[in-house]
Ligand binder design. Structure first.
Ligand SMILES: [Zn+2]
Length: 464
């Protein structure tokens, strides 16, 4: 018999295949190939071990919760793949009979940064420096390397503000870290729902029933109802952002210009009108997204309790995560239109966009989840018996949670949102066109190859 030499790598592979079986080994190779193709070589190897450990623990804990919800129904195989790249998203990939949740470590890092800008007071220049980096990132992902280079160079020029002042460890609030788990939980909720099990069907029915009653409660709360932001509220938060950026309140003519742009928002539209495509089940994809958000919030709440926090901390983290997700979608929409010299302020999300509907549905479902939790039926596979009267009778509990989330929401607009979309977007476009593109040093860079351009853009943002 001829003995062939087996290389150490091959024998490791053979051991692994013996351990997990041929089929799974094939899926593992394929997911590795998928990650390399979509996120670049080394996307798996660059993951910080500490984060991988956190995510693996949260993943196992949440899979366990969902399997318990499913009872005897078979949800199928699920596995986690943590990566590190410039992708600010998580996704679900099915290979053979395994559902892989691909989670980029970068998602959590970006979320935590955005939330820091929301909950803390930083100079506007710090935010500008970070936004240049964020726009560079999304331009790169969206296939606009030259735009990425311009944003990257601007980020580099804001040298003194590139690094945020350090925060003492004890001042970092624990709930902030729970945001990453919302993204993970949301993808796992898709896996649960797509199992087609009776429990998944029950979760869907119960969610839609609760959403309708919670929407009625929101209407009942008028005028304090959590409605579409009025033009006056938009002006108020924008004035705060403006003062921080320019050191003085806007002149009357500038304020009027702002009002003219935004006053066409249909203030008569109620939240119920906005979420109609969800409650009437008109848009199946959107319905699934909303249910996954609700299931994910409950999972994060439960996980927060397991980590020694309160359920409401998980709720707050989920709220912040979804707000950040929507924020990133808007930045993403802006970078997509930034071809040639279109100002980045051109890409906006309007009231009919799925992200906005999803967000309004989420704010409504928070009332339902709060009441359900307080009565011990938070898990969505259980039907709740609550009517509008029950919501009114428990208003004090609901309003407490609402106030907590509202204060986060206000800070989000005052410190992050309005500056980004109503001040930075315009100013950055002007700065790039007038300053950067007239700089002889920059013009010298224009002879670079595409590969060199990508490398320099990444170097500017410290991603090499
Ligand atoms: Zn989703």
């Amino acid at each position: 018999m001829k003995l062939s030499k087996v290389s150490p790598r091959k024998s490791r592979q053979a051991r692994r295949i013996r351990r997990v079986g041929w089929q799974e080994a094939g899926a593992m190779e394929l997911i590795e190939a998928y990650v390399t193709a979509t996120r670049g070589a080394g996307a798996s190897a660059r993951v910080t071990p500490r984060f991988k450990t956190f995510y693996t623990y949260a993943f196992a804990s949440m899979v366990d919760s969902l399997r318990r919800l499913a009872g005897r129904s078979d949800l199928g195989k699920v596995a986690l793949k943590v990566t590190w790249s410039n992708n600010v998203k998580a996704e679900t990939v099915r290979i053979e009979d395994v559902t892989y949740i691909v989670l980029d470590q970068f998602v959590g890092q970006t979320f935590r940064k955005l939330t820091r800008f929301t909950v803390r007071e930083y100079e506007a220049r710090h935010l500008d420096a970070y936004l240049f980096k964020l726009y560079a990132n999304l331009s790169l992902v969206n296939g606009h390397p030259w735009a990425a280079l311009e944003f990257g160079l601007c980020h580099r020029r804001w040298e003194d503000h590139r690094v945020l002042p350090r925060v003492r460890e004890e001042e970092v609030e624990a709930w902030l870290a729970q945001q990453d788990y919302f993204v993970l939980a949301h993808e796992l909720a898709h896996w649960f729902l797509r199992s087609g099990s009776l429990e998944a069907l029950a979760a869907r029915t119960n969610f839609l029933a609760s959403l309708r009653v919670a929407a009625a409660y929101k209407e009942h709360r008028k005028p304090e109802s959590w409605r579409i932001r009025s033009i006056d509220e938009s002006v108020r938060t924008w004035r705060v952002a403006y003062k921080r950026a320019f050191g003085a309140l806007p002149a009357a003519s500038i304020e009027q210009k702002y009002r003219d742009v935004y006053s066409n928002v249909d203030a008569e539209k109620t939240d119920l009108d906005v979420i109609l495509p969800v409650v009437s089940q008109e848009d199946e994809e959107l319905v699934e997204e909303c249910i996954c958000d609700a299931i994910a919030t409950d999972l994060v709440g439960e996980f927060a309790e397991r980590a020694g926090m309160r359920y409401v901390d998980g709720l707050r983290a989920s709220f912040a995560a979804l707000q950040n997700m929507r924020f990133l979608r808007q930045v993403d929409a802006m970078t997509k239109v930034r071809v040639e010299d279109l100002p980045i302020s051109c890409g906006r999300l309007d009231w009919d966009s799925p992200d906005v509907i999803r967000w309004v549905a989420y704010r409504t479902s928070v009332f339902a989840l709060t009441l359900r939790k307080s009565k011990g039926v938070a898990n969505w596979t259980l039907r709740d018996p609550f009517t509008l009267l029950d919501y009114v009778a428990n208003a004090a509990t609901l309003e407490r949670v609402h106030a907590l989330l509202s204060s986060y929401n206000e800070a989000f607009y005052e410190r992050l949102h309005d500056h980004t979309f109503d001040i930075f977007a315009e100013a950055a476009s002007i700065y790039i066109v007038k300053e950067l593109r007239c700089d002889p040093e920059y013009l010298k860079l224009k002879v670079m190859s595409l590969t060199q351009c990508i490398t320099v853009a990444k170097w500017c943002c410290d991603w090499l």
